[in-house]
Design a binder for this molecule. Structure first.
Ligand code: 5BU
Length: 252
């Protein structure tokens, strides 16, 4: 089923917008903009923003975050028409994650369309985040699987994530996983650990190719170093976009 049709299956505004953006911009590429320098990050986004459907951030790694970072992020988002995913991986009790999501220095709920969480603490973490994010039309991804070697997310754990997603499907829009997690097309599957050739780094990251993961039912590839460490990030982003988009076309 194509992304446009899938947008009709979900009631979550962020999921609808994401499917529509993917179809309209013809991209299922998410950029992991893991640069520690804000100016370099914004330069990168200006180069490749028109090639991506999602900008994934880790704002807590930035050394020189300006006071007006929220305004700048929203301007970039409106200019290039992508969604913003703060990869915060909440992992605490509901009461605490609500404050981490809405308050503190980053005020994530003021600018991130998409967030994610571990399900280790149980359903309370989803309920806590949902109280903040649902009224704003935002969406949550559950970590069902990870790309790193030796991770402890077993098949049973992934199954539990799927069950929780079904229960809270007005707010949970999908999964971080290595493949399609459930045979229900309203959920979106995003996969990190992607490069054009298989391999890894020296800290346990494991890389699969865009073709392999899309063939396994993933929807969106998440690419960081493969793009931002390239001499020409725009050319490289286009290679990833083409590979993932063609793989998606091939399974339609
Ligand atoms: P890379 O440079 O393409 O390896 O970056 C991958 C990004 O995805 C990085 O921001 C990680 O924090 C993120 N990630 C991951 O690599 N693996 C996972 O299982 C999860 C997130 Br969850």
């Amino acid at each position: 089923m194509n992304y446009q049709k899938r947008s009709e299956l979900t009631g979550n505004p962020t999921a609808k917008k994401l499917f529509a953006t993917m179809e309209q911009k013809q991209t299922n590429l998410c950029l992991a903009a893991d640069l520690a320098d804000w100016n370099k990050l914004t330069e990168l986004v200006k180069k490749v923003g028109h090639k991506i459907c999602v900008l994934k951030t880790h704002l807590d790694i930035i050394n020189n975050l300006p006071a007006d970072f929220i305004d700048q992020l929203i301007k970039l988002k409106n200019l290039y028409d992508f969604l913003i995913f703060e990869d915060r991986k909440f992992a605490d009790i509901g009461h605490t994650v609500q404050r981490q999501y809405a308050g503190g220095f980053y005020k994530i709920a003021d600018w991130a369309d998409i967030i994610n969480c571990h399900i280790l603490p149980g359903p309370g973490i989803i309920e806590g985040l949902r109280e903040i994010g649902l009224p704003k039309g935002q969406g949550l991804l559950l970590l069902a699987q990870m790309s790193s070697a030796g991770n402890l997310l077993t098949d049973d754990y992934a199954h539990q994530a799927v069950e929780l997603a079904k229960k809270y499907d007005d707010f949970v829009i999908g999964f971080i996983g290595m493949r399609k997690m459930i045979d229900d097309d309203k959920f979106i599957n995003l996969t990190p650990g992607i490069q054009l050739t298989e391999g890894g780094d020296n800290l346990g990251q494991q890389y699969n190719t865009p073709e392999n993961v899309i063939k396994n039912g993933s929807d969106i590839i998440i690419v960081g170093r493969g793009i931002y460490e390239a001499g020409d990030p725009l050319t490289e982003a286009e290679k990833y976009r083409t590979a993932a988009w063609q793989a998606y076309q091939n399974i339609q």
